[in-house]
Design a protein. Structure first.
Lengths: 409, 84
């Protein structure tokens, strides 16, 4: 008789191979987190270069103080959803602050970033609408489309021309609308969307543009509003979503709109209605971080400098990088086994990056993905560069070790 | 106006476009499961579909792709869409 888990046999083979090479890259256990850029495993201090902590605010005194005050005033949890238990003053205040920051009349906050796109996309697209989604869209966007009755068409990554072609090919959408979904900065390669061109194409076809700025809110734009602001088209974006778990140093997410009618979706979005609302402390920390984003020009400028420093350094060493300099720098490796082996070598030598493998990556690529923080110093980047330099020199020895480990039972 | 392609022509095209996603050169039959037998990952399947959409100038929505398990089912779906 077959087992319920038989279908995972090919996956188990991959995981077993990784475990032979070293530790589970997707299940790292830190014994301590010391600050925004340092962790500890056993007695080893680890430089954190894969935590999406773009502005380095997780240990910011004002953000921590706001979270502590919220716990003291309103307790540890909300024990239910906003439709059942009501909204706390913190939820409302944060929605107003984000709407104001983005210059939009409506903003809704959610419990996680994943749920944000799940809820908003499923809430916006109905049976007669058609979603046009960038080919490299995040899993939560894909999953959001699956919760709808809308037809979904994928277009080539970062190509407004390809979107134009597919909108044209699909023709008139009888009784419905086109909802185009893109991201600002893409999480795996760190490449940036030509949002201004997407605005033109989408609106020329009468569609609505939805942009996920999870990795770009706080990081780009003169006021930190994201890529749309950086490219001067923020006021033309129909829907803009983001997360609290990156620049805003907390957990949760938001979706804002220039259409005040967006408010009606609070009554139908299942991942909003049927889940517990974010805790007062999470919301209060994010609220304090929004103020840091507004005045965070110095953080953004350090982040940019560090990204350029690392990008230039890795390029000079001959590493194959997936995009221009940005806070996400992805180093392309020849295959999963080599990437896993190198990831292990890096963490053993005190640098934590992400191991990213298919199908979670574009072009079936295997990556050592680095995400930088405004809290990283020039010296921190030199440490990362030194590790990647030594990694190159250690290739021969590593290959021998890997062959021995894979051959061993 | 050009006539719509027949099933064998579509099967040949699918096999051709599947090549880059089938590095182990597994034999491709109509009964082959695209993900289960050929081990093409979920994202690569959607990339393959984009190529077919462009070649035949049709829209194959993602929800339709999710229901397609075998090469033959993909061929049939394209046949239907090109006949419309």
């Amino acid at each position: 008789m077959s087992s319920l888990f038989d279908k995972y046999a090919p996956l188990k083979t991959r995981v077993d191979m990784m475990m032979k090479i070293g530790q589970d890259a997707l299940g790292v256990q830190f014994d301590d987190i010391l600050d925004a850029t340092r962790g500890r495993i056993g007695n080893r201090e680890i430089l954190l270069a894969g935590t999406n902590n773009y502005l380095g605010l997780t240990f910011d005194e004002d953000c921590m103080e706001a979270a502590k005050r919220a716990v003291e005033s309103h307790g540890t949890g909300t024990t239910g959803s906003r439709v059942a238990n009501g909204s706390y003053a913190e939820h409302i205040d944060l929605e107003k602050a984000l709407a104001d920051h983005l210059g939009m009349p409506s903003c809704i906050v959610f419990t996680t970033g994943y749920q944000t796109n799940l809820a908003a996309i499923a809430g916006l697209a109905g049976d007669k609408d058609v979603i046009f989604m960038d080919a490299d869209a995040h899993a939560c966007i894909i999953d959001g489309t699956r919760l709808t009755g809308a037809s979904t068409i994928r277009f080539r990554h970062n190509s407004p021309e390809d979107l134009d072609k597919r909108l044209q090919r699909r023709g008139e959408i009888e009784g419905g609308n086109a909802l185009v979904v893109i991201e600002g900065m893409y999480s795996m390669f760190g490449d940036i969307a030509p949002v201004d061109e997407f605005v033109d194409v989408t609106h020329r076809h009468g569609g609505y543009l939805y942009i996920d700025e999870a990795h770009s809110y706080g990081v780009f734009g003169p006021n930190g509003c994201g890529i749309a602001e950086e490219q001067g088209v923020l006021d033309k974006i129909d829907f803009i979503s983001g997360t609290f778990s990156k620049s805003l140093a907390s957990v949760g997410g938001f979706c804002a709109s220039r259409h005040k009618e967006f408010e009606i979706t609070r009554k139908i979005m299942r991942p909003y209605m049927f889940t517990a609302s974010a805790t007062p402390s999470n919301i209060a920390a994010a609220r304090a971080a929004v103020e840091k984003v507004k005045t965070g020009g110095h953080l953004r400028s350090n982040l940019k400098e560090r990204a350029e420093q690392l990008h230039t350094g890795l390029k000079e060493m001959g590493y194959d990088l997936c995009a221009e300099a940005s806070p996400v720098i992805a180093v392309r490796r020849p295959n999963e086994a080599v990437a896993a082996m190198e990831w292990n070598w890096l963490i053993e030598n005190g640098v934590y990056v992400n191991l990213a493998v298919p199908p979670g990556t574009p072009q079936s690529s295997s990556l050592l993905r680095i995400s930088l923080s405004a809290a990283h110093t020039e010296e921190n980047i030199n440490t990362i560069l030194k590790a990647f330099g030594e990694l190159k020199n250690a290739q021969g020895e590593m290959m021998q070790n890997m062959a021995a480990k894979l051959a061993a039972e | 106006m050009t006539s719509s392609p027949n099933s064998d022509e579509i099967f040949a095209k699918v096999c051709e476009l599947l090549k880059p996603y089938n590095p182990q050169n597994r034999p491709i039959y109509r009964e082959s499961g695209i993900m289960s037998d050929l081990e093409v990952d979920s994202v690569a399947v959607f990339d393959l579909v984009m190529g077919l959409e462009d070649h035949y100038d049709i829209s194959i929505p993602m929800e339709m792709v999710s229901d397609i398990k075998t090469v033959g089912e993909l061929v049939n779906a394209i046949k239907e869409l090109t006949s419309e």
